[in-house]
Design a protein around this ligand. Structure first.
Ligand SMILES: [Zn+2]
Ligand SMILES: [Zn+2]
Length: 277
């Protein structure tokens, strides 16, 4: 009998007794709040684990503590930073401090894949004094994004999104399973193409849908649902709804456009993509 393929969400956080450790991929939502951290939720951060890889998608304000609670940061294969807006990257400063000064320091240097100039941008945030920022001697190795990167047992592919600064949607493939994170984007043929056939689409849904939405900035729940339908994905998880937004409304908008399962990242914390043992 062939093993059942599981893409159902699971709110349990802990040992993965139900997933085949030889093949499984697991997405854990650590921060789903859009544009800023919220009263109950860090800003953008998603942990993707496979048998040999621990990948962190974005590290927004408040997220490093949640990450540290979920995994030993010294095991991280790489940070994958979609773009350099503050709500997606600023807790790299917290990770850098812990890597250099915590009781387990120094940590192994952690690769950071990010848009060009990430080190300079973060140095500006790190330095408290006016003038050109001092070199913080990062605990990271920065790498500019490429179209395709192999990290551990994962293949990572990117596509540019429709957003006011250089931003990359990210696709992670492992053992025949795939998930795609839109990052911040307006409607985008490139992002839709990157998402084609993915088992899970983690799509931003910042805006309540209404006529005359700005282009090249963010998606509404309805637009996220339309992207999921056009890309033919297996499941849609909406995220990046700001603290002042309505998560339930974003889910309902998406369900009006996409026939597959739709949930909210802020409510369903863990998703398994792999074979049940
Ligand atoms: Zn954002
Ligand atoms: Zn942004």
């Amino acid at each position: 009998m062939s093993p059942e393929i599981a893409t159902e969400p699971d709110i349990a956080i802990g040992p993965d007794a139900a997933i085949n450790p030889e093949t499984g991929m697991r997405l854990q939502v650590l921060g789903a709040s859009g544009s800023a951290s919220g009263p109950h939720e860090p800003a953008s951060c998603y942990l993707v684990t496979t048998p040999e890889s621990t990948l962190v998608l974005d590290l927004g304000p408040g997220a490093f503590g949640a990450l540290w609670a979920a995994v030993d940061p010294r095991r991280i294969t790489a940070f994958l930073i979609s773009h350099l807006h503050a709500d997606h990257c600023l807790d790299l400063l917290a990770a850098d401090v812990a890597a250099k000064y915590s009781t387990t320091a120094p940590w192994p240097r952690i690769p950071v894949y990010a848009p060009a100039h990430a080190a300079e941008r973060l140095a500006r945030a790190e330095d408290p004094d006016p003038g050109p920022p001092a070199d913080p001697e990062w605990a990271f190795d920065f790498h500019p994004w490429r179209e395709t990167v192999r990290l551990g047992d994962c293949l990572v592919r990117t596509a540019p999104t429709a957003h006011p600064t250089q931003t990359f949607a990210i696709r992670i493939e492992h053992a025949g399973r795939s998930l795609v994170y839109t990052a911040d984007t307006g409607e985008s043929a490139e992002v839709t193409e990157l998402a084609r056939g993915a088992d899970l689409l983690l799509a931003e849904a910042s805006f309540p849908d209404h006529p005359g939405l700005p282009t090249g900035l963010h998606l509404s729940g309805r637009q996220a649902g339309r992207m999921a339908a056009e890309a033919g994905v297996g499941r849609l998880v909406v995220t990046h709804v700001p603290p002042w937004g309505d998560v339930d409304a974003a889910v309902l908008e998406a369900r009006a456009e996409f026939d597959g399962p739709v949930t909210a990242a802020a409510q369903e914390r863990v998703h398994h993509l792999g074979q049940i043992v």
